[in-house]
Design a protein around this ligand. Structure first.
Ligand SMILES: NC(=O)c1ccc[n+]([C@@H]2O[C@H](COP(=O)([O-])OP(=O)(O)OC[C@H]3O[C@@H](n4cnc5c(N)ncnc54)[C@H](OP(=O)(O)O)[C@@H]3O)[C@@H](O)[C@H]2O)c1
Length: 152
């Protein structure tokens, strides 16, 4: 069975999309509950949606992002008189991970959610270092508690 990353690439190519400059991993699920009684399926889903999926989608999209980053870096460096550092800082390809303020704020009954966000947060910061100089920026957003749905 293909990974979600492979499925995403197949979806893009079938539609003739070969150019990807920006990826935003916003999808997420957050279910709270006492650690000893929270359903295992809830924990599995949070790990799958919040961590596994963005990791494997990012892996699959890296060739696209690297290409976009290198093309941009080269053309902008020319426009900036050869300063590739300034060019990459200006507008690189980018991948954005939506983490959570809870990675810095241990919270009862959010243990599995926090683990899932710590996983993706840590992945992002390491990837950020790995991609230095590639023209692909990695950003991490850590929102605080926000009411997003009526009745939620
Ligand atoms: N709200 C907060 O207090 C808060 C705080 C910190 C971090 N965050 C993070 O912010 C991000 C956005 O959340 P939100 O607060 O805006 O909540 P939300 O309104 O519930 O949005 C979550 C989004 O994730 C999508 N999603 C969930 N499961 C999915 C799956 N299996 N496949 C594809 N898409 C899926 C949902 O799609 P559907 O609409 O189709 O269901 C929805 O668009 C999440 O990563 C969340 O963890 C939120």
């Amino acid at each position: 069975m293909p990974s979600c990353g492979q499925q995403l690439v197949a979806w893009l190519l079938l539609r003739g999309i070969h150019h990807v400059t920006t990826v935003i991993h916003n999808a997420g699920v957050a279910w709270m509950g006492p650690t000893d009684t929270q359903p295992a399926s809830s924990i599995d889903t949070m790990l799958a949606v919040n961590a596994h999926a963005p990791i494997f989608m990012t892996r699959a999209l890296l060739p696209f992002l690297r290409t976009a980053g290198s093309v941009h870096a080269a053309s902008s460096a020319k426009a900036c008189g050869g300063s590739s550092k300034a060019a990459v800082t200006a507008a690189p390809a980018a991948v954005v991970f939506v983490s959570s303020v809870l990675v810095m704020l241990p919270t009862p009954k959010y243990t599995a959610y926090n683990v899932s966000k710590c996983l993706i947060d840590s992945f992002a910061w390491s990837l950020r270092l790995e991609l230095q100089g590639s023209g692909v920026a990695v950003h991490v957003v850590r929102p605080g508690a926000t009411k997003v749905r009526a009745g939620a």
